[in-house]
Design a protein around this ligand. Sequence first.
Ligand code: AR6
Length: 217
Amino acid sequence: MPVNLSKIPTLRELYTAAAITAASGSTAYYQPRESLLDRVSLYQGDITNLEIDAIVNAANRSLLGGGGVDGAIHAAAGPKLVEECRTLNGCETGDAKITRAYELPSKHVIHTVGPIYSSRNVDLKAEQLRSCYKISLQLAIENSLKHVAFPSISTGIYGYPIEDATHIALDMVRQFTDEDEGDKLERIIFVVWSDADKKVYEKLIPLYFPLEAGEVS
Ligand code: AR6
């Protein structure tokens, strides 16, 4: 069942509904930026249903499909997706490549390869995960796409701790949207699957996308 952009709640809507509770001003990591509340979303559900410009796939280096969200995307897109992926010659960890989306309701799939987590080399893993978000956003802009939805990259089969990964995802997206080219993106959607992951995003979002002081939460 395709889900249209108008059905995906923005942060402003979530704050208003008290699904997200504002952090007090002093604890937020960034200044409030009013316009971002309408341009960033948190959505719980199946990313393959989103009827938007691009969904991001948490792929592996072969780009030829796998389990988790990757399996769901390939199953819903149909066999032409893997045919196009075969022409791409794989993808390095931290990089991203774009394809059409075939039978999916979205227009494109951005395939990125997150790091396989290990507690050794944490700095490298974090840098690779940041790069997944950054390069995916850059690819969207290069292709004149206005909406991008991210699953929680690397936090399933690849084992990245959800809180650490969520800080990275929110921080990278906030930094990117604060840069000039970030203004070209009309909607960035964080997609969560489990209730536990949703709670982590709800807790951390106010640190990166705070309300103006005095705004009702
Ligand atoms: N919609 C949204 N999120 C989903 C969906 C879905 N349909 N299905 C799962 N998730 P994972 P990774 C969530 O394991 O850790 C594959 O085999 C899931 O709950 O899909 O980056 C690839 O080929 C979790 O929060 O990706 C690679 O080999 C998040 O998506 C490897 O897994 C990411 O979990 C990549 O592992």
